[in-house]
Design a protein around this ligand. Sequence first.
Ligand SMILES: NCC(=O)CCC(=O)O
Ligand SMILES: [Mg+2]
Length: 335
Amino acid sequence: MVFNTQRGHYPQTRMRRLRAHAFSRALVSENQLTPSDLIYPVFVLEGTGQREAVPSMPGVERLSIDLLLTLARDAHALGIPALALFPVVGAEKKSLNAEEAYSADGLVQRAVQALKDAVPDLGVITDVALDPFTTHGQDGIIDDAGYVLNDTTVEVLVQQAASHAAAGADVVAPSDMMDGRIGAIRSTLESAGHHNTLIMSYAAKYASSYYGPFRDAVGSAGNIKGGNKYSYQMDVANSDEALHECALDLAEGADMIMVKPGMPYLDVVQRVKQELKSPTFAYQVSGEYAMHVAAFEQGWLSKEAVMLESLMAFKRAGCDGILTYFALDAAKALQ
Ligand SMILES: NCC(=O)CCC(=O)O
Ligand SMILES: [Mg+2]
């Protein structure tokens, strides 16, 4: 990048001229944030008429499928293109080997069917990972020592993804960080005739401590055996490795790649977008949401302005879209 130093100096050049009027600021604005940039992560519960607040994520609720449909209609009407669905699974449905993850009649599978019936034009993204379904809270199948077994886990993830596609999911989003799962899922989807099912890969998912409130929301916080996910999620110190991860997932058949968390990792987003030039997403995760909301509730930050600024930062870094718990509020603010 070369700046033209011949452009002149003050007073020939006054950077403030273009900032002086709303019309000229609008003309030279380099990025736009619209509701079509937003993906809304939602938590789904069993039952009917069920609504539960998530204490560490004020404003976020776990909803039963019937209530989720109302939220989905609202999101669609506001111009949000897609929801990302996360199940809250009761202890009685969790097991060592996560069999419930690929049940044709599971909560996610039923929620997908109901959403596609009720709001067919709203994209539905499903989470492919075993942590909601395992008694030990790890994203895969473990051995006696608690190590998450890669290839054994991939076999289960493939069944889970296939069951989501069969239920009508538009996008399956593997968030587990096992090696080789994108290729395995892609070939199974192709064999099953799901040629247009999209894969959004959590390609560069870091072993972050910003996920705490999400684990409260899905009820997996207390039970992570071993206490961390360092043997599969990425070291927060690395960014070359993120490019390697993203390139592999694209080569294996991912249509879209994701960096997660979001704001503290915008350097990674920018490198991924600039070097791979592929549809790139980031997840403004639960901890980022909780930090913002805590400051809003204290009156320390101004909600609407800071929320929109935080989302614009993702666009500036190169994101094509953002998964954010602010999606509904931000879409309303952008109307
Ligand atoms: N697989 C989805 C997540 O882990 C979300 C994390 C968060 O929002 O903190
Ligand atoms: Mg990988």
